[in-house]
Design a protein around this ligand. Structure first.
Ligand SMILES: [Zn+2]
Length: 444
């Protein structure tokens, strides 16, 4: 038995995870109580929410059962920008113990706030997240999420400490030091973006470190969309289990949802975050199993309650029972955000579709970039993808054949032709945080 499988069998039930297993009727009762309270709070303390409710002639008392949530107004990202910096706070600054901010691509960041109670809730959902994937006290967690205004670093940090694990607050970047620490400190679990972990895999290979021989057994990966094919690549190359964690600063940070050891999509911590799926065009609620935009309501957040926040993440809710016994519904892995979609020659394309199409083909590495250009009036999509060194030194004929295979795979996946350019390993720039998959050079 290798050291990895020995560690995997050592799963300990954490008492903090009890809410994960609440009977549904009890959970719904709790959700309704909390929903009524949070809507009252938002109505009486957040001017924007109150005016929208008044415009729609709604009162907080409108909420009689959970389905009534569908009558409440949505909150969108621009609401956070328009009320910058503190306009959506429901608590006075003296009760707020922490601020975080996320940088937008343009202009001002969005600012989020936490009371002491909110930080406790956040910590508790992170403890439940680690426990869900079998990480427990005694584990040594390398936290390579960025520390600072970004919620990833501190969110995972407090959760790991409260779990009783040993946390190494290494933050992002400095790949060589990351590997040294991983090896010398006997790290058993790592938190970072999946694309950064791929970078660590590469660098380890270069330094002659075999990740399979290290005690590292679990990766808690999030903060960017990734695909099932990417998970398979990561697991095959490193010998660890790769788990998907979901969260966003507007709601709380990491720890909104987390995969259990069955690895079949993150369970939403529904006692704190109420999920809905809507048709992104009409705003109409959709039933479980149907794909649409994820909308979340914070049921317990005091400093900044979010009512029906549109995440722009495309997924489906499933109420199918999970083998782990958790009663929490799951979301399908989020591999695309409506924000990431680009339009090429009139066709909607998501980077995750390209990723899946590429990783289906043998000889290709999970590093790619999509470059969009325009020649006169014609949009051109070039997909640059790294291939293994063995493939790269192959004959011209073999390379052309691979190129053809990849183009075909992309066309059948997305319905649009792409020019595929095979590049040497390490040609595409590595990210130390979230990967930048699309370079759109069409805007003059
Ligand atoms: Zn499960």
């Amino acid at each position: 038995m290798t050291s990895k499988s020995a560690n995997l069998s050592a799963v300990v039930f954490n008492p903090s995870s009890a809410p994960d297993f609440l009977p549904r009727t009890q959970l719904r009762k709790l959700q309704l109580e909390r929903l009524r309270r949070i809507v009252q709070r938002a109505y009486h303390h957040v001017a924007l929410f109150r005016s929208r409710m008044d415009d729609a002639r709604l009162k907080p008392e409108t909420i009689h059962d959970l389905e009534d949530i569908g009558r409440l107004p949505f909150t969108v990202k621009t609401d956070l920008r328009d009320t910058y910096p503190f306009g959506l706070f429901a608590s006075p600054m003296k009760d707020i113990v922490r601020l975080h901010a996320s940088s937008g691509t343009t202009g001002k960041p969005i600012v989020v706030a936490y009371t002491k109670e909110d930080v406790k809730v956040w910590t508790s959902v992170m403890v439940r997240s680690f426990s869900a994937c079998g990480v427990h006290d005694g584990d040594i967690i390398q936290n390579a999420y960025g520390y600072g205004l970004f919620t990833g670093g501190l969110g995972a940090h407090y959760g790991a400490e409260a779990l009783g694990a040993t946390v190494i607050p290494i933050s992002g970047g400095n790949t060589q030091r990351q590997l040294m620490v991983m090896k010398d400190f006997g790290v058993t679990a790592i938190c970072c973006t999946p694309s950064y972990f791929l970078h660590l895999i590469d660098q380890a290979a270069e330094e002659g470190i075999d990740l399979r021989q290290l005690p590292l057994r679990a990766g808690i990966f999030g903060a960017e969309p990734w695909t099932e094919s990417m998970r398979q690549r990561i697991e095959a190359q490193s010998g660890i289990k790769a788990y998907d964690i979901y969260g966003l600063s507007e709601i709380i940070g990491p720890g909104v949802a987390m995969e259990c050891q069955c690895q079949n999509g993150p369970h939403i911590f529904e006692d704190h975050f109420y999920p809905e799926i809507i048709d992104p065009r009409s705003g109409r609620p959709l039933p479980d199993e149907e794909e649409g935009e994820l909308v979340l309501t914070t049921l317990s957040k005091m400093a900044m309650p979010m009512i029906r926040y549109r995440t722009r993440d495309i997924t489906a809710l499933t109420s199918e029972p999970c083998e782990c016994g958790r009663t929490l519904r799951r979301i399908k892995r989020i591999s695309r955000r409506s924000d990431d979609m680009f339009i090429i020659r009139g066709v909607n394309v998501y980077p995750s579709q390209i990723e899946t199409a590429l990783l289906r083909v043998e000889g290709v590495l999970p590093h790619y970039q999509i470059v969009l250009t325009r020649d006169r009036d014609l949009d051109i999509m070039e997909v640059q993808v790294e291939v293994t060194p063995e493939v790269f030194t192959d004959t011209v004929g073999a390379l052309e054949q691979l190129q053809g295979k990849l183009s075909k795979s992309i066309e059948s996946m997305c319905g649009v032709r792409a020019h595929v350019r095979l590049v040497q390993p390490k040609t595409i720039q590595r990210s130390e945080g979230k990967a930048k998959r699309v370079l759109d050079q069409r805007k003059m």
